[in-house]
Write a protein that binds this ligand. Structure first.
Ligand code: SF4
Length: 396
């Protein structure tokens, strides 16, 4: 099983906190789509034989594509690759960029999952984030997604917005859960260089919430969404039974994926156990299109990944998501935590940070708060007995 990711690098304007690659100018969409089609067909020789179970249109703002434009990309993917008949096909949409008609048109093209960037139901918070929509548009978008026939709708929220109180966050959460989407993703606001938000924090015009308040918001999120029947299946992701995001689950279980478009990443396993190759596209629209116009792949770098790196990643990804399968880790990558870290795992269970469920080590809500630290503790001796390091090749 493999996955396809398509990065649509256009936005109406840049949100204040965003460090994803996109440009706030939709002039070049048709030229970009022509380059994207070239990139897809350049990959078809080497990767055309696999079966692809998920397609994800991310960005950027993919919902700036008119349905006929999305249709050309989907037709191209279907011509170049073997897409499973029951594939999950997701598009990220922003309120205010879609109508009931455009959503119905996406649905008729085979898109079966919407990921809606709501972020907040408070207009003041939306304005602070620099979003282009308001609460009324968010609610209209969710209503339209239902009447357009979508039965799998995911909703993204951001917490720990500067100045946000625990009560305001809880109002957002309750509002979201009362709307009964199939999936909720709730991320703490990250302050990343070189965004305008990072400059505001640096200049002292904005103060971040305290670590304690952020932890309290996270704990409230876990408790409230559990009470509404959502399964907490990754640090920041919650789903009603049967509605986990298959695309993201594939990432978290080290599935193979191809990424298209500027800044998109790819990962593919190499022949031989415990090895892989990862590469990333140029995060620059004109350089991306220029390379493809010359018939070249738009790769910025690629790296060969060996067993150590894969073990590290598998431990972190497993703990972040639905649990680390100890037997699979040992069988696939030759690293048996039951032999190497049994004492450490017992301590995690004793401290109520994790539970052992047969061959699976799973973090508790308390453990999720310390996920990175726990992963680092369990990974401490990964390099013992394994060859590796990562070899990075910068493509000129
Ligand atoms: S709409 Fe999404 S991708 Fe675009 S600037 Fe805002 S957060 Fe970033």
């Amino acid at each position: 099983m493999a996955s396809l990711y398509v990065h649509i690098p256009f936005c109406e304007r840049k949100c204040r906190y965003c460090d994803f690659y996109s440009v706030a100018d939709t002039e070049g969409v048709e030229d970009f789509l022509a380059a994207l089609r070239r990139e897809i067909f350049l990959r078809n020789d080497r990767f055309g034989a696999a079966s692809y179970e998920t397609i994800y249109f991310g960005g950027g703002t993919p919902s700036l594509l008119a349905p006929r434009q999305l249709q050309t990309v989907l037709a191209c993917l279907r011509a170049a690759f073997r897409i499973a008949p029951e594939a999950e096909i997701t598009i990220e949409v922003n309120p205010g960029t879609v109508t009931r008609e455009s959503l119905a048109a996406y649905r008729s093209l085979g898109v079966n999952r919407l990921s809606v960037g709501i972020q907040s139901f408070h207009d003041r918070e939306l304005a602070f984030l620099g979003r282009t929509h308001d609460r009324a548009e968010a609610l209209r978008c969710l209503e339209s997604s239902r009447t357009a026939g979508f039965e799998n709708v995911a909703l993204d929220l951001i917490y720990s917005i500067p100045g946000q109180t625990l009560q305001q966050w809880e109002e957002n959460l309750r509002m979201a859960a009362d709307l009964a989407p199939q999936h909720v993703a709730a991320y703490g606001l990250a302050v990343e260089d070189p965004t305008p938000l990072a400059r505001m924090v640096e200049a002292g015009s904005v103060r971040r919430n305290s670590v304690d308040r952020e932890a309290a918001m996270y704990e409230r999120t876990m408790a409230l969404l559990a009470a509404y029947g959502y399964e907490h299946y990754e640090v920041s992701n919650y789903a009603l039974p049967g509605f986990r995001c298959r695309h993201n689950c594939a990432y978290w279980s080290h599935g193979e994926y191809l990424g298209f478009g500027p800044s998109a990443h790819s990962f593919w396993k190499s022949s031989g156990p415990g090895r892989g190759r990862r590469w990333s596209n140029l995060a620059d629209l004109s350089a991306y299109m220029g390379r493809l116009a010359r018939g070249l792949l738009p790769i910025a770098f690629e790296e060969h990944v060996g067993p150590c790196e894969l073990v590290h990643e598998r431990i972190l990804l497993g703990l972040r998501s639905d649990g680390l399968h100890l037997a699979h880790l040992a069988a696939e990558l030759g690293h048996d935590l039951r032999l190497r870290q049994d004492g450490m795992m017992r301590r995690l269970v004793d401290e109520a940070l994790a539970v052992r469920d047969g061959p699976v080590l799973r973090l508790t809500p308390k453990g999720y708060l310390l996920c990175d630290e726990i992963a680092a503790r369990l990974s401490r001796d990964v390099s013992r007995g394994l060859s590796n390091p990562v070899q990075r090749i910068v493509v000129p």
